[in-house]
Design a protein around this ligand. Structure first.
Ligand SMILES: Nc1ncnc2c1ncn2[C@@H]1O[C@H](COP(=O)(O)OP(=O)(O)OP(=O)(O)O)[C@@H](O)[C@H]1O
Length: 346
């Protein structure tokens, strides 16, 4: 991946004046996004994510500060210059924003018409895009005849029509079911890898971040409270809000209850929570422990997931054996860089 920054956000603030006074949606944000990366911004409703992403393509103008995207200062330009700059910065939306009276092909052709691309070229480009997003055979359908996933594919094809450098995704999968969400996320990764396109997305779902982002920023009350490579943030979330997001995907929901039951059921031995990260997730740690130490192991529950920078996961085990041998197992885990936490009653 190239390391050049394509987006610079510098001391950006956005205040809305409303009947009921001023609302500071974004407070003094600084952020740099690298060319070719998939960068995720996560936060709860009202954190300021939409306002921030809308400032990247000039849909909102910052109250102060500066934003540049692909060497254009988008926070200052207006009119024709802004329209030209926007060809480099496309956007897809939660509710797709398709034109309902136009077919799939006509929707995708729309930005090409605006850019005055001649008809023959336009048709060619539309056909390429239809293939790229996997909508072969659906070109003459109307949006109302498509599934949610297919509608978002049209949105993506339309966004890519003018070969943008940056794709902004505003909760692009929030209206879709989990399976369709995954297929759209796979498509975004494919486009990122094939075209080297920089993707900036906002979401309230950690699953989206986990599955496709290289780096993540966590937003709360208009500021970025934490940011870093996804795997690092998963490993050591610092802020309480980040911990809550990480828990959404890292721990099976019923685990607390199960662990309590287990501690009661097995008064002897220990319940240990293992945290796997990156390469350690693939090592056959459990097999090795059983082979090397005189202990028995019961796997209680666990979840290992893939991210763009490697795997991570948690595994709860119940382990029985004499005290000295249990200590040996824990130091073995430490040596193999698997974090282990002995669970006690809450
Ligand atoms: N055009 C506007 N006029 C006035 N207030 C606004 C406007 N747009 C956003 N806000 C306010 O700014 C704050 C941040 O909103 P924003 O939509 O950016 O948050 P968000 O994290 O994207 O949340 P959501 O997912 O609910 O949209 C909120 O308090 C919101 O009410």
């Amino acid at each position: 991946m190239e390391t050049k920054d394509i987006i610079h956000i510098s001391r950006v603030k956005k205040i809305f004046s409303t009947k009921n006074g001023e609302i500071t949606a974004v407070k003094d944000i600084n952020l740099a996004i690298k060319q070719g990366e998939i960068f995720g911004i996560i936060g709860y409703s009202g954190a300021g994510k939409s306002t921030l992403i809308r400032m990247l393509n000039g849909l909102e103008i910052p109250t102060s500060g500066e934003i540049s995207v692909a060497d254009q200062v988008v926070s200052k330009i207006k009119g024709a210059t802004l329209r030209k700059a926007r060809q480099n910065i496309s956007m897809i939306f939660q509710h797709f924003n398709l034109l309902w009276s136009r077919t799939v092909k006509e929707n995708i052709a729309f930005p090409l018409e605006i850019a005055r691309v001649p008809k023959k070229e336009r048709m060619q480009r539309v056909n390429e895009l239809i293939k790229l997003v996997g909508l072969e055979g659906r070109g003459d359908a109307y949006p109302s005849q498509l599934s949610g996933g297919q509608k978002q594919r049209v949105g993506i094809a339309r966004a890519l029509a003018n070969n943008p450098k940056v794709l902004l995704c505003d909760e692009a999968t929030s209206a879709l079911d989990p399976q369709t969400t995954d297929s759209i996320l796979d498509l975004l990764v494919d486009i990122n890898e094939r075209l080297g396109l920089t993707i900036v997305l906002i979401t309230h779902e950690m699953h989206v971040i986990r599955k496709i982002c290289h780096r993540v920023a966590v937003m709360e009350q208009g500021t970025i409270v934490e940011q870093g490579p996804v795997l690092e943030v998963f490993k050591k979330p610092k802020q309480p809000i980040t911990k809550r997001f990480v828990q959404q995907v890292a721990e099976p929901e019923e685990s607390k209850e199960t662990i309590e039951n287990l501690l009661e059921r097995y008064p002897s031995g220990k319940v240990i929570k293992l945290f796997f990260l990156g390469e350690t997730a693939e090592q056959p740690i459990i097999t090795e422990i059983v082979r090397q130490f005189k202990v028995s192991i019961n796997i209680v529950q666990g979840k290992v997931s893939q991210t763009q920078n490697g795997a991570y996961g948690t595994l709860y085990i119940h382990i029985n054996g004499d005290e000295a041998e249990l200590k040996n197992v824990i130091s073995y885990l430490e040596q193999h860089k698997v974090e282990a936490e002995v669970i006690t009653h809450a």
